[in-house]
Design a protein. Structure first.
Length: 306
């Protein structure tokens, strides 16, 4: 059965590890995540954005995740990532999601509190956990956020926000960003800010924009035609430190996309006569699974499934 993010993340916080929230868009990426979780004996958060739902269909994706959950005996959740509209949140709850994120970080503090409180009032009576975001990450998610519009999370505001909304988890901005181009210079995350936030709030903490953009993925993709010059992610050492300071959920999307796309490009470039979708997408699924397994090991969640 699917469980809530709160249950999965609470165990992670107690065990001083983090659980990956892996964004899916299709069957192959879901299979990669679930197979990796089984092989690594790791809990997993299956996440999807509104754009993924628009692409593949809410009922299609939700049904696939439910089927997958029936066949495995480890903690899994179905999570809405970066939901911005109340109607989207309601639809996902009705579809059986066990966790939803309301992202009103683009609004004023008071508006963010008001919208998030509405979602909490809607979700909690139905046993669904709620994640919110305070501060804004640069990069590309559901919309592009320019560097100058990025805002780091204020610890005192975080304390007030959590108290007034009753959220279960809070996504904080400490210098990460969405997409494959996270830093123009040396990677810098505000760990002192994260430490202070952890001391001031008693909810579960989430790190978005945390893909590492490994060199082997970039090299494979660019070898077969991708243009990814300047792509740079979060160093693994930074991820480990964030976990040690209390982060319990880490979102991964870009690394999955890069691995998937690189594998597809290789097949199309090296086997031009191939037209069987299974032989084109199969290697992409395996490449994605390799990335997911690596994340589970890095986050410390491998071997933590009861």
């Amino acid at each position: 059965m699917l469980v809530t993010n709160k249950k999965i993340m609470s165990a992670a916080m107690s065990g001083k590890y983090a659980v990956g929230a892996f964004n899916i868009n299709n069957l192959e990426i879901l299979q990669a995540v679930v197979e990796a979780a089984v092989e690594e004996e790791s809990p997993a958060i299956i996440a999807m954005t509104p754009s993924a739902i628009k692409y593949a269909g809410l009922e299609y994706l939700a049904s696939l995740v439910k089927i997958a959950a029936k066949d495995v005996s480890l903690p899994m959740s179905l999570h809405l990532d970066h939901g911005k509209e109340l109607e989207t949140v309601k639809s996902c709850i009705d579809a059986g999601f066990t966790s939803v994120m309301i992202d009103a970080s683009h609004l004023s503090f008071e508006e963010n509190v008001a919208v998030t409180s509405k979602v909490v009032a809607l979700a909690h009576p139905k046993g669904v956990s709620v994640e919110a975001e305070l501060g804004r990450l640069a990069g590309i998610e559901e919309e592009t956020v320019a560097d100058e519009d990025a805002v780091l999370t204020d610890p005192d505001s975080a304390k007030e926000f959590v108290k007034r909304t009753g959220v279960d988890a809070l996504a904080v901005a400490i210098g990460t960003s969405h997409g494959a181009y996270k830093f123009k210079g040396e990677p810098r995350l505000d760990f002192e800010r994260l430490k202070t936030i952890r001391e001031k709030v008693d909810v579960l903490l989430v790190l978005h924009g945390a893909s590492s953009v490994p060199s082997w993925i970039i090299e494979r993709a660019t070898k077969y035609g991708a243009e990814l010059g300047g792509a740079k992610g979060i160093p693994e050492g930074h991820i480990r430190r964030a976990i040690s300071l209390g982060v319990s959920k880490i979102n991964i999307d870009t690394d999955l996309r890069l691995a998937f796309t690189g594998a597809v490009r290789e097949v199309l470039a090296t086997a031009p006569k191939q037209y069987d979708p299974r032989k084109i997408l199969g290697p992409a699924k395996e490449a994605t699974k390799t990335v997911v397994k690596g994340k589970m090991s890095l986050f410390g969640s491998a071997g933590k499934a009861p």
